[in-house]
Design a protein around this ligand. Structure first.
Ligand code: F6R
Length: 607
């Protein structure tokens, strides 16, 4: 939530900061602003609403000109989206941009009011600017270190000191921040896509480290002024990966990237029917010691975990609990040192998932992170990391990150099945071969776009849509329903098909749309019985089934077919794709802002 960026170098920084903010807008779009060093002053321009409002204001009003500046795009937490609450915030000598939440801001505010400070905004971030200003005598490092010790909560901060022209200072705690090393200048940013156009070289800032970024040097020091040597990393993807490449939206681009993303996830791990996960700190002996698995995640990643539960329990016969991270962290969970905690996260920065990971580690439980963003906090802090290699996911609604998370869980389940000997070598080989064919099958599904668009046209004006399914199809119902409602704003719910008659069926009336997912042979007849129950009460049914299923024309009004799989446990990866496309087309038909749905942000770094 919130994106921050900073640049110091040879170029004029305004356009450069705007371009980076455009790439960070998925982290929040309630307001945008920038602060630029201009001779002996720092000019601030900030505007409520989308980045275009800031651009308009710069075009029509004052446009600063300078070579060093910081920028911000906001996802509002404290204080409504307004010009005054927008970042940067200034106090005396200090100007800052902030991503995170200062939990003790009220105490700090009171403390500073007693020192004579006056507050203008409702934000927690303003207290940071004022506290830094209060602590600043003549040494930025002392001021930053002192301030950091007084702040509780999470922060990534880009800081300018008026009397230190053309220098950017940065620090972080529990919110991500990288430092980019360019040819014609250097950067700070919340993530790599913000600066990838200018450089692929970056350094991860760790907790309790201060970065001093100038046009020709980058220095890292600790709170006591000691230099820290840092490794320079190189992003293994380029600017095209972070752009739309001819697609109208990132979401549809990312849906179409799924075959390639899954291939990237599989290919280093499955070769000629053999599985080698190559996980650090996770020997076969360690794997065989786990008696129970807890999968902990949020939102879509949690839905991937639910598929994982079915798959691991079926293939490896190990009990799996799935928890929402924000619940797990406060419920005093029953976890033991014989358990494995798997944290799933695309961004690797989700505050609740990170807290759940830390809780497991505090209890000495082994943690494995299934993460997309390399070097993210969750990836760095977990005992072992399984990178999903999906490439950057920009659309707020997650698609390719979800399918690679499920792909990773398949591979993990096979490994566990191999170790617990619940799978024979032949079964492992067959599963691995079939997994390698998934990208081709998804390519084939993506060609069915016309039929899916027709379904979206038929249902686009619905007020409520119900999704039903049994077993893994229930997990897909949950994810499909989330995808549809988050981007199209159509109210939607997902139910285990057998659960409908325990209450929900009273909501079914003439023409209520029900999307039934029925891909599993052993549950097909049962789900079709539930379909008939809603059909006889007037529901308008869209049935998603495999191309081998016999469809009773009385049981459905619309049909989407997916290819069959020898091992039906793999079908979730096929069934979700048309439903992602359905959600996408519905939102586009309704004129919604698909990539940036209202009130949402991509990376939820606050709890
Ligand atoms: C929905 C969506 C969210 C995320 C959730 C967790 O489309 O993207 O529900 O899945 O916020 O985010 P990560 O995976 O980054 O931890």
């Amino acid at each position: 939530m919130c994106g921050i960026v900073g640049y110091v170098g040879k170029s004029d920084c305004v356009d450069l900061l705007l371009d980076s903010l455009r790439r960070l807008e998925y982290r929040g779009y309630d307001s945008a602003g920038m602060a630029v060093f201009e001779s002996d002053t720092i000019s601030i321009v900030k505007k409520r609403g989308r980045l275009n409002n800031l651009i308009k204001s710069l075009n029509e009003g004052y446009r600063p000109c300078g070579h060093c500046g910081i920028g911000h795009t906001r996802w509002a937490t404290h204080g409504e989206p307004s010009d005054i609450n927008s970042h940067p915030h200034n106090s005396g000598n200090v100007t800052i941009v902030h991503n995170g939440i200062i939990e003790n801001y009220l105490q700090i505010k009171k403390y500073l009011k007693n020192k004579g400070y006056r507050f203008e905004t409702e934000t927690d971030s303003e207290t940071v600017a004022k506290l830094l200003d209060y602590n600043y005598k003549d040494n930025p490092i002392d001021a930053i270190a002192k301030t950091a010790k007084q702040l509780e909560g999470s922060y990534a901060l880009g800081i300018l000191f008026l009397d230190r022209p053309n220098e950017i200072y940065a620090i972080r705690k529990n919110s991500p921040l990288i430092v980019g090393k360019g040819k014609d200048g250097n950067f700070i940013a919340s993530d790599v896509p913000a600066i990838i156009k200018h450089t692929r070289e970056y350094i991860l800032l760790d907790q309790n480290e201060i970065a001093i970024v100038k046009d020709n040097s980058i220095k890292f020091i600790d709170f006591y002024g000691k230099n820290i040597e840092k490794e320079i990393l190189t992003a293994n993807w380029n600017v095209e990966s972070a752009e739309k490449n001819g697609f109208p939206h990132f979401m549809i681009k990312e849906i179409n990237e799924q075959p390639e993303a899954i291939r990237r996830c599989i290919s280093p791990r499955i070769k000629q029917g053999n599985l080698d996960l190559g996980l650090s700190n996770l020997s076969d002996e360690k794997f065989s010691s786990f008696e129970k698995i807890h999968i902990v995640a949020c939102g879509t990643a949690m839905h991937a975990g639910m598929v994982g539960k079915y798959v691991i329990e079926k293939l490896a016969r190990i009990p799996v609990d799935v928890d929402i991270a924000s619940e797990f962290r406060y419920k005093n969970p029953i976890i033991s040192t014989k358990d494995l905690v798997i944290i799933i996260s695309q961004s690797g920065e989700t505050a609740d998932s990170l807290a759940a990971l830390r809780l497991a580690k505090e209890r000495s439980v082994f943690t494995l992170a299934i993460v997309n963003v390399v070097g993210s906090s969750i990836a760095r802090e977990a005992d072992s990391v399984f990178y999903t290699w999906a490439g950057p996911e920009i659309s707020v609604a997650s698609t390719k990150a979800y399918t690679v998370q499920i792909t990773s869980l398949y591979m993990l389940a096979i490994k566990l099945g191999e170790i617990s000997k619940t799978l024979s070598n032949d079964e492992i080989c067959e599963l691995c071969n079939e997994i390698q064919d998934i990208p081709n099958k998804i390519k084939y599904i993506l060609k069915n776009d016309d039929n899916i668009l027709q379904c979206a046209k038929t249902l686009q004006n619905s007020h409520d849509i119900f999704f039903i399914g049994r077993g893994v199809d229930y997990c897909i119902s949950l994810e499909s329903s989330l995808k549809l409602k988050e981007i199209s704003y159509i109210h939607s719910e997902a139910y285990a098909a057998g659960e409908l008659k325990h209450g929900t069926i009273s909501l079914i009336e003439n023409n209520t749309p029900v999307i039934a997912i029925a891909t599993q042979t052993d549950l097909y007849a049962k789900t079709i019985s539930n379909v008939k129950e809603v059909k006889s009460r007037g529901a308008n049914v869209l049935l998603l089934c495999t191309d081998k299923s016999e469809v009773d024309s009385n049981a459905s009004d619309l049909v989407i077919r997916i290819p069959n799989a020898n091992n039906e446990i793999l079908l979730p990866l096929y069934s979700i794709v048309p439903l992602q496309m359905f959600a996408y087309h519905t939102a586009v038909l309704k004129g919604c802002d698909v990539d940036k749905p209202r009130n949402l942000a991509k990376s939820v770094t606050v709890e």
